[in-house]
Write a protein that binds this ligand. Sequence first.
Ligand code: NAD
Ligand code: TYD
Length: 367
Amino acid sequence: MSKILLVTGGAGFIGANFIHYWMKKYPNDRIIALDALTYAGNYANLEPVAKNDNFSFVHCNILEQEKVEQILREEKVDTLVHFAAESHVDRSILGPDAFLETNIMGTHSLLKAAKKVWLDEGLLPENHRFHHVSTDEVYGTLEPEDPPFREDTPYAPNSPYSASKAASDHLVRSYHHTYGLQVSTSNCSNNYGPYHFPEKLIPLVITNILFDKPLPIYGDGQQIRDWLYVEDHARGIDLVIHKGEVGDTYNIGGINEWANIDIVKLICALMDEQFKDNSELKDRFPEAKSAHAQASESLITYVKDRPGHDRRYAIDPNKANSVLNYQPQESFETGIRLTIEWYLANQQWWASVMDGSYKEWVDKQYN
Ligand code: NAD
Ligand code: TYD
């Protein structure tokens, strides 16, 4: 049976990729993307689906509870997929308030709206789903020899970002336990891919290389993240929505741990390879080291560490693998190449989304 989805944060990195994935796979489903279009939200991310009759966009803040209720009611939404969030750890150090407002109060506002329309007004007491998209950062940090995060690993968030996401996970859980709202939650590792905002490590490194800018490595660069191609995250959420147990949580990851410095060196090597014998790229980016057959690696610059920097994240995906038959389709080798090719082909997108005032703060904080 076809679904009617409300996707919050649909103009952000993962939300937009999720919508592209879903509309291709389920062309008869209807999607309403809801987004406040903060600095991280960009309507251009939705251009590939904008003309589809089964797609519409609402400019709205998730804190506007009545407006959300109206959408749920009038559009007869049966599935709410909640991506909207403040998502960047460094920004949460600069100003935590927005994280508490959107990630905690905003999620609560959505839960109240869903409860009111689906349960209290009796519009859809069964067969609705509130899927909450969360992160592995809620589990805190791992030592090198620790086993990866499982669904039953105790929460120990360390940054204002992860603390606000942890709080939202607990609220979602409580609305199931107390009111019977049909929820599910997925906690995913670091994503990468197209439309990733260029303040995050991977797109930052790709775009800085092109303009001969330093590649800032926080601390010793030995922090470890577990990277997943964004479409594989969408695939995991799809399985949780269609096959996951109501009230349950699933960790999504691809067993792909990398130290930051190694990932930056890999990107440098792949960028140098892209430029080799490519006169079009050399003409477009004459400042790049690679345009002059020099190594991009020489741009690596060690800077001050991020305060409270988590040392290692890693996901144990066994539950999703065995219960949902989840398997990522991209290897890191294929995913990182696809990503680099996308950034080289979409300069207009990343050049237009950068934000000057935040950049100034980052330069001061880390130099
Ligand atoms: P993003 O910052 O790229 O996008 C967030 C989107 O939410 C933007 O479009 C923004 O405009 C919108 N938004 C922010 N505040 C809003 C509000 N109050 N009302 C309505 N819309 C609002 O983030 P992302 O990387 O796409 O992350 C999406 C979700 O996935 C987040 O919940 C994040 O915690 C989670 N997550 C991210 C990663 C990752 O690696 N990026 C990993 C695991 C989980
Ligand atoms: P980021 O992409 O911000 O994701 P998260 O903090 O949610 O994991 O950062 C990934 C890792 O890269 C993290 O350990 C911080 C580090 N990092 C740098 O070393 N330099 C940078 O300029 C940035 C943005 C991140």
